[in-house]
Ligand binder design. Structure first.
Ligand code: T46
Length: 255
């Protein structure tokens, strides 16, 4: 980090680097802590040392476990449901501390299940497209009635850049906004677009997973002038178009 900060004159830093899978965090909690908490601290320290005032950090809807929906930024947070959520919450608090004591201007963005082209191969959207397209069974945790406020990657990118403006210290949801989709309906959408029936291998629900997520995005509208522009239906269509166009090099990715 020192090398990078020495070599450039930054006006803002976006920390989007993380160990991000929910379920794997039980297996590697130390890795998650090192990356998501100590990694965040390394960046915050450098920003203070090199006088870079603006900091934007990616957090997660996972911190809202147990809260009433739609999730609002001022909700009283309960117990974190996974080591992953714990590390995201810890990073939020660290950044707040650097705002209070070192004058950094911090925006914490709570992302809601981001999907789209070049999506993470450990997440349901990528895996399910890949499995249905290649005729492999879908590993479904639970009965599929759980739901997500899916947010398209381009919307997230736009919201993240907007968050670079000076705001003091703010926590802001970037989520689909009241259009949560059950995992079953997501599978039905994919089947329709791919023209293939999914084979489901149902496994027990994972206790680390959130059951449902739904974002209140009023604050993002007020502070950033942001709202999502891509619906889950259009987003999944674009994801599949990307997958089909890149099928050859994607062969070795995802399981
Ligand atoms: C990968 C996978 C998932 N699922 C189920 C489990 C969940 O009920 C649902 C969505 O799981 P996924 O891991 O795709 O997404 P989230 O649990 O919403 O977590 C994601 O969105 C939040 C905001 C982050 O902060 C995480 O970084 C990100 O991983 O599908 C399955 O049934 N089978 C599978 O193979």
């Amino acid at each position: 980090m020192e090398e990078v900060f020495n070599a450039h004159n930054f006006t803002a830093v976006f920390n989007l680097a993380a160990r991000a899978g929910v379920r794997a965090s039980l297996e590697y909690p130390d890795l998650y802590r090192r990356t998501n908490v100590f990694g965040e601290e390394n960046i915050l320290k450098c920003q203070v040392k090199y006088g870079v005032r603006k900091h934007v950090v990616a957090s997660s809807s996972s911190v809202y476990a147990g809260c009433a929906m739609p999730f609002r930024e001022d909700a009283a947070l309960g117990r974190m449901q996974s080591p992953y959520a714990e590390t995201k919450r810890a990073a939020e608090l660290l950044a707040q501390e650097y705002h209070r004591n070192h004058g950094l201007d911090v925006t914490v963005l709570r992302y809601f299940t981001v999907f789209g082209p070049a999506g993470r191969p450990d997440m349901a959207p990528y895996r399910f497209v890949h499995w249905v397209a290649t005729g492999q069974p879908i590993t479904l945790f639970g009965d599929g009635s759980q739901s997500r406020d899916f947010t398209y990657v381009d919307d997230i990118a736009r919201g993240t850049i907007l968050a670079a403006k000076p705001l003091g210290y703010e926590v802001i949801n970037l989520g689909g906004g009241n259009r949560p989709l059950t995992i079953r309906s997501m599978i039905t959408l994919l089947e329709g677009f791919l023209g293939r029936k999914a084979v489901i291998d149902q496994q027990p629900a994972n206790p680390l997973d959130m059951t449902d997520t739904q974002a209140d995005i009023g604050k993002a509208g007020r502070l950033l002038g942001w709202r999502p522009l891509v619906s889950p239906e259009n987003g999944f269509r674009k994801t599949i178009d990307w997958y089909v166009a890149n099928r050859d090099w994607l062969k070795g990715i995802g399981s």
